[in-house]
Design a binder for this molecule. Structure first.
Ligand code: SF4
Length: 61
């Protein structure tokens, strides 16, 4: 699984709340992916975060 965050991110922090081991709000107030590889046990949380993102900024491959 690969995950990226687009420029659409509004920094609401929802994804960090869902998967704090994968997403974190950075200095610029937008979310960043903080791991290189998504651990298998976190894939469901990452997918949930992507589904819940209010602006659809999380892209999962
Ligand atoms: S849920 Fe979406 S808009 Fe909110 S911080 Fe995460 S990527 Fe950005």
């Amino acid at each position: 699984m690969k995950v990226t965050i687009s420029e659409e991110c509004i920094g609401c922090g929802l994804c960090e709340g869902t998967a704090a081991d994968v997403f974190a709000l950075g200095d610029e107030g937008v979310a960043e992916v903080i791991v290189d590889e998504i651990p298998e046990e976190l894939e469901d949380d990452v997918q949930q975060a992507a589904d819940d993102c209010p602006v659809g900024a999380i892209e999962v491959e």
